[in-house]
Design a protein around this ligand. Structure first.
Ligand code: PEP
Length: 249
């Protein structure tokens, strides 16, 4: 058992309108209560950030965006800046989710996003993880090492206060196939070891993501190097997300 306070974050992806987010957040706040044993966050789509932050004002549940552009402003149709995210009342962002990488976000962009988002005042949840082909080729460690070194290129030790890393094997995202607790532990330990080149690895929180559910969450999060979960599908229902929060503490 480490002294790191776990974080459970729910990535809603392209689900929920503003009014739906408001209803969800009110229900979640009631289920989570005023003093959860872990940090809790939801990651709504951009259009529901403000409604979520508003509904969660005063509740111990943070709001993170699902991505953030590296520039402050400019000709970037469809993107939003860190300042825009902060202005909604949200205070963090995912960076480098595999679905964003698949849509074209590059390693170089991700490294600058991590730097600039932290500078702007956001908490960053940097995502990494390998494909099934990479795992089957025995190249998971090399892949994750390269992703972390690249994404943390501009990171300094003091950034630890605003940095979390989520290990999310692509083959486990949205597939119902979860990494075994041993696989999650092994990969999260690699992430921590590589990140220690830049920040204090004893303080860094490393989450596991990939088909986490109320049924498998406790065992995954009991692993020494797994400090919580990034949850997709099972975060869309307040009861199932709150059940994962409950076992994380
Ligand atoms: C995710 O998208 O970050 C995720 C982990 O999704 P799921 O829990 O649905 O696999």
């Amino acid at each position: 058992m480490s002294s790191r306070r776990p974080l459970v974050a729910g990535n809603w992806k392209m689900h929920k309108t503003g009014p739906e987010a408001r209803e969800f957040c009110a229900a979640l706040a009631g289920l989570v209560g005023e003093d959860p044993a872990v940090d809790v966050a939801v990651c709504p789509p951009y259009t529901a950030l403000e409604a979520s932050a508003d509904a969660l004002a005063g509740a111990p549940i943070a709001v993170y965006a699902q991505n953030v552009h590296e520039n402050e402003k400019g000709a970037h149709t469809g993107d939003i800046s860190a300042a825009m995210i902060l202005a909604t009342g949200a205070d963090g962002a995912l960076v480098g989710h595999s679905e964003r990488r698949a849509a074209g976000d590059t390693d170089a962009q991700i490294a600058i996003r991590v730097r600039n988002a932290i500078d702007a005042g956001l908490l960053v949840v940097l995502c990494c993880g390998e494909s099934l082909e990479t795992r089957q080729a025995g190249e998971t460690e090399a892949w994750v090492t390269r992703q972390i070194r690249s994404a943390l290129e501009h990171v300094q030790p003091a950034d630890i206060a605003r940095l979390v890393i989520a290990y999310e094997p692509i083959w486990a995202i949205g597939t119902g196939e979860t990494a075994s607790p041993a696989q999650a532990q092994e990969a999260c330990a690699i992430v921590r070891r590589v990140a220690t080149e830049k920040v204090d690895g004893e303080v860094l929180r490393v989450l596991y993501g990939g088909s986490v559910s109320p049924a498998n969450a406790a065992e995954l999060m009991s692993q020494h190097d797994v400090d919580g979960a990034l949850v997709g599908g099972a975060s869309l229902d307040p009861e199932s997300f709150a059940a994962i929060v409950a076992v994380a503490g």
